[in-house]
Design a binder for this molecule. Structure first.
Ligand code: TMP
Length: 212
């Protein structure tokens, strides 16, 4: 049986990736493809509990290594219990953030060494990577404005402009390093424009699937 595809949606806060993910689900389902939608950290009961622990603002300073290990603990569970079985069944998995977010946030934002992240990446997922990663990129000012409109902020959203710039620049650097896997989408456009660009980038994968 043909394996499903694993597509990840990445970007800083307020770039509209989650909205676009829901639209992609619709587009794919209209083509008769079975789609599973999930997110990180999270995606299973246990991983969602870890998400709660990670996102909740707290008075205690969270050690960066603790944060990193919890991200990968959630990911190990998510991969084993949700992502890999779905792909094996021939379903497409659309995931709101994955390991690129760890490089962007824990390395770009927090300054954790990339070597530590790649060590855990190897342990948890070996060579497994997304088939396609859509990176929604927008200037920090746009992200800030959209976040202001949102209300209560989680522990990551409470970080400052410097953190957000670090996240954005690591995402863009990763996209340059792996141009085959990444598509950078200008998220500053209208919902309609961004949707058009996403559909354009998805087309090759859909054509592949249909012809297989
Ligand atoms: P969300 O707001 O897009 O649902 O993502 C939850 C937060 O978790 C977001 O601020 C980014 C952060 N995050 C990391 O710091 N590292 C990771 O590996 C992942 C998956 C998310």
């Amino acid at each position: 049986m043909q394996k499903g595809y694993f597509i990840t949606f990445e970007g800083g806060e307020g770039t509209g990736k989650s909205t676009q993910l829901a639209l992609v689900k619709e587009t794919l389902e209209q083509k008769g493809i079975t789609v599973r939608v999930t997110r990180e950290p999270g995606g299973t009961e246990l991983a969602e509990e870890i998400r709660g622990v990670l996102l909740r603002p707290r008075a205690e300073i969270v050690n960066v290594t603790t944060e990193l290990l919890l991200m990968f603990a959630a990911r190990a569970q998510h991969l084993a219990q949700f992502i890999l079985p779905a792909i094996e069944r021939g379903e497409w998995v659309l995931c709101d953030r994955f390991t690129d977010a760890t490089y962007a946030y824990q390395h770009g934002g927090r300054g954790v060494g990339e070597d530590k992240i790649s060590l855990l990446e190897e342990l948890v997922q070996a060579s497994f990577k997304p088939d396609l990663t859509l990176l929604f990129d927008a200037p920090i000012e746009i992200s800030l404005q959209r976040m202001r409109d949102r209300g209560a902020l989680d522990r990551f959203e409470q970080e400052g402009v410097e953190f957000m710039q670090g996240v954005r620049s690591v995402y863009l650097a990763r996209a340059r390093l792996e141009p085959k896997r990444f598509r950078v989408i200008n998220a500053a456009g209208t919902l309609h424009e961004v949707r058009g660009s996403v559909n354009h980038h998805l087309q090759a994968l859909i054509d592949d699937w249909v012809s297989a």
